[in-house]
Every structure is written in C-alpha cells, then in structure tokens.
Design a protein around this ligand. Sequence first.
Ligand code: T1G
Length: 698
Amino acid sequence: MTSAVMMHIVDNVAVIEVDNPPVNALSFAVRSGLQTTLREAEHNEAVDAIVLSCRGNTFIAGADITEFGKPMQPPALPDLLSEMDTLTKPMVAALHGTALGGGLEVALTCHYRVALESAKVGLPEVLLGILPGAGGTQRLPRIAGVELALDMITSGRKVSSKEAAKAGLIDKVVSDDLQNAAIAFAKKVVNNKAPLRRISELTATVSDPAIFDQYRAKLAKTRRGFDAPQRCVDTVQASVELDFADGMKKERELFLELMQGTQSKSQRHMFFAERMAAQVQGLSKGTPTRDINSVAIIGAGTMGSGIAINFTNKGIPVTMLELSFEALERGIKHIHRYYDGQVAKGRISEEQAASAKQLVSGTDNYADLSDVDLVIEAVFESMAVKQDVFTKLDKYCKPGAILASNTSTLNVNTIASFTSRPQDVIGLHFFSPANIMRLLEVVRADSTADDVLATAMKLAKHINKVGVVSGVCDGFIGNRMLKGYGREAGALLLEGVSPARIDKALYDFGMAMGPLTMGDLAGLDVGYRVRKERRERGEYVPETDGAIADRLVEAGRLGQKAGKGYYRYEEGSRTPIPDPEVDAIIKEAMDALGCEPREIDDEEIVKRLIYPLINEAALILDEGIAQRPSDIDVVYIYGYGFPVYRGGPMFYADTVGLPAIVADMEQFQARYGDDWQVAPLLKTLAEQGRSFADLSSK
Ligand code: T1G
C-alpha cells in the first residue's frame, strides 16, 4: 500500500481509497498502490467484495498527463486493468466529481458502478489528441452501446450520472453517503450471489455499420484536420468487428501512434498552457480579491451586450448604461434574443431564461452606477470618448469599484489617467462574439493594483474565459501580432495571389478561416479608418498598406455587413463567393502601384502570414508584454482560431525549428525589406539552438 492508495475492511468489504490530489490522477504511485491493494484484497479470505473510491474532489480524473512522453513505470494502466479483469471478487466503483479518461476506464473494469447524482463521467482523451488507451474504446461500446460510445469518445464530453445510468453505464445513483452506498451495493451483490459482470465478456453490436463512415464524414468537417477523432472511430469499430483481445491490440496500436504524433504533443501543451496562463508573475497566490456581485457595462452595442451575457449566465446582475433609450433597448433586446435562442435550442429552460433576463437593467444615468463592484466600458474606440466615460465613472462609482476598459488597442495607462484612482483601472479585452470566444486579454496597466489584477484573473475563470495577462502596448498581444499577418495578406494580393488562394492556404493550415474572409467578417472599414487617421496625423503609412482594402471600402465593399468585401455574399449567407469585380480592383491597384505578379506556392503563403505572428511575438516577449510563450499560444488558440493541433504560434515555431524560420525570414527580408527584420530574441534563440519552450517559466 502506498500513501496514495489505502485500504480498510468494513463488513468483509475491502474499501480501497485513492488519495492523490488534486485530481487523483493515475500516476505511478497510484497504479502501483492499486495493484498491491487489489492483490491483497483478492487473496484476503476476510474480504468478500471490493469498493474502489477516492478522497478529495473527484474520482480518478485520468492518467497523469505530466508523465506523458516519459518512460512509463510499470504497471502501465492497460496491464493493471487486464490483471484487475481477472479478479474473482465483486468490485464496485464509487464515483464522485469527474471520473474521466483512465479513471472511467478503471471504473469500467469494475463489475458495478455507484455514482453521486452530481458525478460526471467521460473519456476526454480526444481533446489531448489521443484516445482512451486502457480499454475505454472496447468496454464503453459494450456496456453503453456504440452510438453513445462514439459520441462520448469522439467529443470528449462529460456525461451526467443520470444520463450514464440511463445508458447502463452506472448501476446506482445516490444523493449522498456515496461510500456507504457502494459498500451496501457490494454486500447485496455478495448476498445475492450475483454474477461478476465483466464488460470485456459482453459484445458490442451496431444496427447499421454505416454509422462509422457517417461519423468519419461528420468529424472531417467538425474536427477538420484532427487525427485523433478519426482514430477514435476506428477503435470503436474494432470493438464491434474484433473480439476483446484483438480490439485491445488495435486500441493500443492507434493510441501509441497518436501519442507519438505532433498533434497530441500540441494539444497536451495547450492543456497546461491554458492553466499556466492563470499564473501571474509577481502576484503571490494569496493575493486578496475583491467581491464582484454586480456589474455595469457602458455601451449596449454588440460587444457590450455580449459581455453582459457572460455575467448574467453566472447570475450576476448587470446594469447597462447607454446615452439613448433606443440604443439601450436595442442592447437589452439582443440579450433577451440570446436567451430565447438558448431556450429554443433546448439548452436552458424558460424559467432559467426569465431569471437571466431579470438580471439586466438599463439606465442613462451614471449616478445609478454608484454601487456596482465592476464597470466594463465598451464604447467607441476613441480616446476622447473613453476620457468622457472614465471621468464620469471616477465621479460616480464607489471607492474600490474596479473600472475596466474593453478597448482592443488604446493605451490603458492613458485611460487610467482620466481617473483619480488609476490603481482600480484595468483592461478587460473581450473577443467578439464576447459571450462565446473564451479568450480574455487582461491588460495590466502601470498602476493596476495587485488585488485588481488577481480579481480580474479569478473573474475570468468564473465566467469561463481563459484570462491572459498582457502589458500595455498598441494591440496588446493578439491584435499587435495580427498586423504583420494582415500586412502580408495585402502584400500577396498585390503579387497577384487571389483572395481565395490566400484564404484556402491558411484554412488548409488549420486556421478557422482565412485572413480575407476574417476581414470581411470583422468589417474592412475599421482598418480603413485607422489608416486614414494615421495618414491625416502625418504618420508614414506605405501606399501598399491596405491598398486593396482601402479601394474596396471606397467602392462600398465594407465586408459581410455590406454584402460584399473581398468576396460577395448572397442575401442572408456568410459563404464567401469570389467576385470578378474584386479581381479588377486588385488589377487596377497593381498597375497603379507598379506591382508585378509572382508565382507563389501555398507553402510560401503560409510562411508569409504565420512567421510575422512568430516574429512579433518574439518582440512582445522581449518587451515583457506577454509573460511567457505559452500565453501567446493561448491567445491565438482561444482568440484567433489558430489550430489547437499545432499548439499555437510559439509551439508551432518550435516544431518547425527556429533556425529554419530565421533562414526563411532573411530571404523574405532580402526581397521585401525591413518588415521582415528578425526579432533579436528569435535570432538569439535560433543561434543558440534553443526553443521558445526553453523560455517558459511557471
Ligand atoms: N494529469 C495531471 N494533472 C492534471 C490532470 C491530469 N489528468 N488533470 C488536471 N490536472 C491538474 C491541472 O494541471 C491543475 O494543476 C490541477 O490538476 C487542477 O486542474 C489511459 C491516457 C479534472 C475536470 O484529460 O479535465 O487518462 O495548475 O485547474 O477546473 O485512457 O483538470 O493546479 O498545477 O483543470 O477543477 C484524461 C484532464 C487523461 C482530464 C478538473 N483525463 N483534467 O478541472 O481543475 S489521458 C483528462 C480536467 C488518459 C487513459 C488516458 C480537469 C478536471 P495546477 P484544473 P478543474
């Protein structure tokens, strides 16, 4: 027995308890402890049955991901479960919290399962770019049916104990006193001389074998570019077509293939990167936080109302402030429409929608905000407007209220200077649609107090966002990096590469959508106005910068909202359709600017757009704007649709190899000039044979 696994006997039932905080992961100590205690229980004549339970917040939540990529110390989980499957005494798993991955696989190797009502089960391995590697793909179809198994294994979703019980995955659901309920269940099995129900002895059947190819076709769309979901289907199909032993061999073969692949390494990187982003350098773990029980949002536009939903979803009352009643009503209606939609989709009940709507109130009077704990300004991106808003907030809000700006690029230090309390000012940059995109850039201004920053990071997690700390600079982390990405898309157009080819190259790379389709979605007039204002301020903006976008805007092609931009759009459709008018505009611009077309392959298109992201990120790291490279990966995965199976721009750069990137950039610099100047940090790391991962610190 190890301290991670203990056993005691109650009424001839061996109660084995795993105690391996924080999630009872199946680390070596747990695997070896389970093997020892199970053997002991099997050979102890005083033991008639076994209950397997866990201390702490949850039943085993899976293999220990920190052990991946290192030599696996025996017993490996599949071997432990194979031995477990031979035991002759009834085993009952007692499930609470989230029995996930290897944890559920252990529970499926028990003969019975008793769960708390609040428990959830799942096989989320696919989210790590792998698949259940200890019999989950062979046992789940046998006990819960192929359809549910396919759904759970290819989506990685958690299933409530109620739904699992309905599918026969769980034998008894209790509201409390789980361990005693499991002991009583075990004793009943013994007294009734109930048979040992080994799932491995059941068979998996399917009414229509076409389901597997149907799943593959669906996943090719919904999980485009991912290998693991496809292999998951292969293993579930094997559970139907092969006997248990051969099915296990198939599972093992595909598990190892995925585990050694780049996609899984990328997705495992992102698992930890997301959690590491919450570690704020220079902020001690015990930093106090302020209570946020009420929120005000200035500006009820698309962003403001989207931001509001994050809080009403968590039962936090929101006061929307707008200058005009019509704008206020429009914003509140947007929120109501959202909740009506959630009801229509069966995601929430009418009552839940009604209570969420009641949390929203509106005003045009700043005096009504005198008691809110947090204000988020989401008004027009103009410093003059921000100054007006923050001056009023400073006047009316109570001491200790946090004053946040949702600005996407403006200087938060300047915004803080409009108040007498800069220590309470912070940037909270949401991404549109604000109630859906998980990224939240938390912009730490020079005077932002530690407890304000700690409160913001805690609040991010509470509203299901991934908070990433950014320093103050133009565009913070994500939008600043996007500049080079957009610049090169424009440059490629002037070299005669069509919008559709540019977009397809990046779509095939794995981006959620190509840069020009994204431009049409966001609206081309935003960039047009920025370039126009910069030129009016006398700033040097090369003629080629935005040359096509500006011509499109001047031709009334603002993007999707105008039904045309780089593409045209049929009424009510978002599908981009290439438009010869755009080709003519590009041709005219090329002639006017003396640009020569060039043959450019997809590989170069990708490098020309992705490498500027990496180069700008190196500057951002050097300036201390981002805390660590993996934070930048989190920004691009959760805010910009970078493919998670490539691990984010920094992880991808390490995969490509920094010397190769620098060599390509130097060639581009020779052809295109100093926009391609290699960032000092990138150059140094490449010369030293190091990677961005070498820079990451806890
Ligand atoms: N291994 C190692 N550490 C883990 C871990 C795991 N499986 N799960 C969580 N942690 C750490 C996490 O890094 C964090 O550490 C702390 O626990 C709290 O996590 C053979 C091969 C269980 C729902 O994929 O989904 O089994 O930051 O902040 O919000 O088929 O953690 O505090 O230092 O997320 O309460 C399959 C992954 C593995 C489950 C809890 N299992 N974990 O959420 O806390 S592969 C998973 C989660 C496998 C077998 C295969 C969540 C959670 P730190 P947290 P939470």
